[in-house]
Design a protein around this ligand. Structure first.
Ligand SMILES: [Zn+2]
Length: 225
């Protein structure tokens, strides 16, 4: 499948689910806390924070991104990039975890036809709600749902701003990509279990003192590589 088809299938899927399709925003954001656009959610940040009102509550985009936070590992792994395009769907106080998990699974397994038995799911260690949804509503078997801590499964765009627990979907590239350690499993630092999509359940705003405040509305922010 070509990258053009991947973009098209993704955006068509979410357009069909009544999402506003937004163009990729400038790499230089209108946000004094960021130097470069590093995620699809950046252009929607004022909406998540309740500072800007728009006439839609769902959006999807294919955003050009530049990332520098992990620049020291670029070139050393098969999965870190400085420039890339991020596919994402967003809910601004509209749908939440249930739709986000179900739709992500459908996009991967039905639109992109990725074999289910190569997919794994990670959740934040205390987020039983997400675990239950993956198991009971989406149908992922319990042994494919892995709980990880804050470093892996709590997302924020920077030291301040919207954030929340997240759930990642990983693609098992196969044993030949493994570091070979007996402990190699989802969450390992090697390339075997490749994170292809992160679903962020955005529910807090972190202030400059590091305190978490509930957002006006629980929202969804996703990013797929
Ligand atoms: Zn490994």
């Amino acid at each position: 499948m070509k990258s053009t088809e991947i973009r098209r299938k993704f955006l068509d899927f979410f357009k069909d689910k009544e999402h506003h399709i937004a163009s990729s925003a400038s790499l230089v954001p209108i946000d004094p806390t960021m130097l470069l656009t590093g995620a699809g959610m950046v252009q929607f940040k004022p909406i998540f924070l309740g500072k800007t009102k728009v006439d839609y509550t769902r959006a999807a985009s294919c955003q050009k991104c530049v990332r520098t936070t992990d620049i020291d590992v670029i070139g050393q792994t098969g999965r870190h990039l400085s420039f890339f395009e991020m596919l994402g769907n967003f809910s601004f106080g509209d749908y939440y975890k249930r739709e986000a998990t179900e739709w992500a699974w459908r996009v991967l397994t039905e639109e992109f036809r990725i074999e289910k038995d190569r997919l794994w799911v990670t959740i934040f260690e205390t987020d039983d709600e997400a675990g239950d949804l993956w198991r009971d509503k989406v149908g992922v078997s319990s042994d494919r749902i892995v709980k990880l801590g804050e470093a892996d499964n709590f997302w924020s765009a920077g030291p301040t701003g919207p954030c929340g627990p997240c759930s990642e979907i990983l693609f098992d590239q196969g044993e030949e990509f493994s570091c070979g350690k007996p402990s190699c499993a989802p969450g390992c630092d090697c390339d075997r279990y490749l994170e292809i999509w992160n679903l962020v359940f955005m529910q807090y705003n972190r202030d400059s003192d590091g305190e978490l405040h509930p957002l006006p509305n629980k929202s969804i922010d996703t990013g797929m590589g």
